[in-house]
Design a protein around this ligand. Structure first.
Ligand code: CUA
Length: 309
């Protein structure tokens, strides 16, 4: 797995490129003006002769210069902003994202079955076309920010806001909640996986399938442990236990790059550690610890979840 990119300075799509370009122009312009002011200050300190005309400096440098520069910037930035992809679902593929303390529920529409397919903490998109994210929240205000792909958008309870992602090249782009939302705000991350369109379609068709049936004793034992530990009170595994939406849908959890909202890489070891004591990793997370689980069941449960791809 390549190292996920989280950087405004390395845009991976047309919208992020426009934002990065505007940032550099503003930074460059600001730097030029700063150097000019410092040069004038140095000159003023050394100057001895006749005093300058205060009227000329106040009207010229204090009024005319900022009015001209700021007006030019307003016109230029309005024009550049109009080139950003419009925040609309019209003509774009739509994905629903609901922010929760402290993770992201992601819902796709599977064109083949017409069903909704739920996932979490990872958004998969095809490269080369705009994908519209319909954003909302079920508790407090969060904010979606994937710096390599676009700017920020608030996620507000009871409202739907939109953000368009448009990736030029395949890759994994890290995102981050950008609005303080409580104890685990800092560990509310997500990953966007941009894939070739054909690969994306195959992935979505697989994702729409129910969880695969156990094919050996360890996995069978793991599925039994899932039910014994009452994981299904909060988590759905389609084909095993459905309907719960309090925690992430785990039907294909093994196929995700990370768990716990971008906090841990996803493998059997981290899955077991997370199940045993999530409070040691993300204090305040809504998932209770399972400290009474025996070692054999924990191993089987982690192995079961790992192979749900
Ligand atoms: Cu969610 Cu900060």
């Amino acid at each position: 797995m390549s190292t996920p990119l989280q950087s405004v300075l390395h845009p991976a799509g047309p919208d992020a490129a426009i934002i990065a370009h505007m940032t550099w122009v503003l930074f460059g312009g600001g730097a030029l003006i700063f150097v000019g002011v410092m040069a004038l200050t140095a000159l003023a300190l050394r100057r001895t002769g006749r005093p300058v005309s205060p009227r000329l400096w106040i009207l010229g440098a204090g009024v005319a210069f900022p009015v001209v520069v700021l007006s030019a910037l307003l016109v230029w930035s309005t024009w550049r902003s109009s080139e950003l992809t419009p925040q609309t679902s019209r003509g774009a593929m739509s994905i629903g994202v609901t922010a929760k303390m402290w993770w992201w529920e992601v819902r796709y529409h599977d064109p083949a079955s017409g069903r909704e397919v739920a996932s979490a903490n990872e958004i998969r998109i095809p490269v080369g076309k705009p994908v519209y994210l319909g954003l909302t929240s079920t508790d407090v205000i969060h904010s979606m920010w994937i710096p390599a792909l676009n700017g920020k958008m608030d996620m507000v309870p009871g409202r739907v806001t939109g953000l368009t992602l448009h990736a030029d090249k395949p890759g994994i782009y890290r995102g981050q909640c950008a609005e303080y939302c409580g104890e685990q705000h800092a560990r509310m991350a997500l990953h966007v996986v941009a894939m070739a369109p054909a690969e994306f379609e195959q992935w979505l068709a697989r994702e729409a399938q129910p969880a695969k049936a156990p094919d050996n004793a360890l996995i069978e034992r793991g599925r039994a442990a899932f039910l014994e530990q009452r994981c299904q009170s909060c988590h759905t595994v389609r084909g095993v236990a459905e309907g719960a939406r309090l925690g992430p849908d785990l039907t294909h959890v093994g196929g995700r790059t990370h768990i716990a909202a971008g906090t841990l890489r996803n493998h059997r070891g981290t899955l077991a550690g997370w199940i045993l004591d999530p409070q040691a990793i993300k204090p305040g997370a809504r998932m209770p610890a399972a400290l009474d689980i025996d070692g054999e069941s924990l191993h089987a449960l982690a192995a079961y979840l790992e192979q749900l791809k």
